[in-house]
Structure formats: C-alpha cells, structure tokens
Ligand binder design. Structure first.
Ligand SMILES: [Zn+2]
Ligand SMILES: [Zn+2]
Length: 273
C-alpha cells in the first residue's frame, strides 16, 4: 500500500468526509482533521482566532469548516500549540490565504523556521503510530516571517481574556491556552483525550484522559511537570489536540490522577527508569 492508498483507507475508516465542525459552546468550536483537532475561538458574529492547523493537506477542508462558521471573515491570527506536523501542517497555506500572522512560543520558533529539527519519532512505542507514520513529513516546516513569537508575559495578542501556559516536555516550546472566566483549556499535546499510540482509539475515540502522544514526546520529566501545572488550573473543559473534548467531574478526576501517577499512566515502560 503506498502513501496515497493508506491515506484514503484511513479516511474511509474514519468516515472523514462526514466530519463536521462541532460547537462546544457559543464561542468555541473544533474541527477534526483526520486525527488532529483545529479549534475556533470566537462566536460566529465576533472576531475569532484559529488554534492549530491540522495536517498539511487540509487547507481547503479547514477553510470550508471556518467559512461555514464565520463566512468570509478571516481570523485575527493563527495560534500554534507547537510545531509538530499534525498541528502546523496547514498553517502556512492558511496564513497566506487569510493574510494573518501566526504566533507560537519563542522556544518553539526554531522548529518552525528551519533552524532546528525535532528528534525522530520513537518507533518503540508502537501501535497506531506505525500506521500513522506514513504521514510523517520528511522535511521540517519553514514558516519564514509568517510566524512571530508570543509576548513572554503569557498574554496573547487578539485574545485578551486568554493567556498561554508553558507546557514543555512534549516539545521544548509547547504551550496550552487557558481562559480563566470559564476555566477552558486548549491543551495541545500536553495531554490527549485519546490514546494516539492505539489505532483502536484513533478510529473509535472515547473520552479518557491520557498523557502526551508518546511517539513524539521529548522530555518526560518536563511533560509531567506540565500536566501538574494544568491540573493546578482545575479546568472545567479540556480540548486537546487529539481526541474528543472533555468536561465535568470525570475529566477533573482523570486529570488529577494523571498528574499524581504520571510515570505509571503516561510514560512508556522502557522510559520510566
Ligand atoms: Zn505533538
Ligand atoms: Zn499532535
């Protein structure tokens, strides 16, 4: 099976063409590109911002989803939780189409501007990732001067009610986005609400809280600190980069469990020592 055929097969299994934008509340919606979420912040009548941009081939589908919600009104900006291919994929094409800036954390910038490369994916974690690995790009993304570092004080241009939380570990400059007034957390890959290493979970998502996707996580010590930081925020809603959004008491318990038992629950066995 070549790459194109594998792609088609996975889309068929996910019934992808029926994917629709899901509104979580009046000013938050998400759209799933194959296995990575893009998040739209802002009600349809307000200014809005896009968080993460899915895979590379999804420009047109993301545009379609955004236009259904916002018409021709472009977002004020694109924010990226980190620079992995399944979050940065359509960033350049969308930023050019809308003529809007892209923001990410300063420490993540080198990976998005051709100056540094992520460590290779860890094949020993196994499972669904081996299936997905056919989509891993061979070259790092280069956003050039389309991308700018976020201010260092945690504020976010265009989103005054939000701040970003540094959540390194999965990558060096990974960030999550938090809105205090309704305790809404956009977590990127600091946590996941599906187990990305399991193809079963990718195809049939159900709501459990997991640690960051193992195949690309660089520093498990920092990743644990980051989950503890997120648990301390006591979010009411979590939208992660992978999986369905989670809300309520069950999610809160799972997040605290993950923070308290991170090594056992999230870190691959051979990396615990
Ligand atoms: Zn990632
Ligand atoms: Zn990801």
């Amino acid at each position: 099976m070549d790459k194109e055929e594998a792609w088609k097969e996975i889309e068929r299994l996910r019934d992808f063409d029926n994917a629709i934008t899901e509104e979580i509340q009046s000013d938050i919606a998400y759209y799933r590109t194959l296995f990575a979420n893009v998040i739209m912040v802002g009600s349809p009548t307000e200014d809005w911002v896009l968080i993460d941009t899915g895979l590379k081939k999804y420009r047109d589908r993301i545009l379609h989803a955004c236009k259904e919600r916002y018409g021709e009104k472009p977002p004020l900006a694109i924010l990226l939780t980190h620079g992995h291919f399944d979050h940065i994929g359509s960033a350049k094409a969308l930023a050019k189409y809308w003529n809007v800036p892209i923001f990410m954390h300063e420490k993540e910038l080198p990976y998005a501007t051709g100056k540094a490369a992520y460590m290779p994916c860890d094949p020993t974690v196994g499972g669904g990732v081996s299936l997905m690995s056919v989509f891993f790009p061979t070259k790092p993304e280069h956003l050039g001067d389309l991308v700018t570092a976020l201010p260092s004080d945690g504020t976010i241009p265009c989103l005054p009610e939000w701040r970003y939380i540094e959540t390194p570990g999965h990558t060096a400059g990974h960030i999550s986005f938090f809105r205090e007034k309704d305790k809404l957390l956009v977590a990127g890959d600091a946590v996941a609400t599906e187990k990305s290493e399991s193809s079963l979970s990718i195809f049939f998502p159900f709501q459990r809280l997991h640690g960051p996707p193992a195949y690309f996580t660089e520093d498990w010590y920092l990743a644990e600190e980051s989950v503890k930081r997120l648990a301390a925020l006591q979010p009411d809603t979590i939208i992660a980069g992978h999986g369905l959004p989670m809300q309520g008491e069950f999610m809160k318990e799972e997040l605290q469990q993950l923070a308290d038992h991170f090594a056992q629950q999230a870190v691959p066995k051979h990396k615990r020592h």
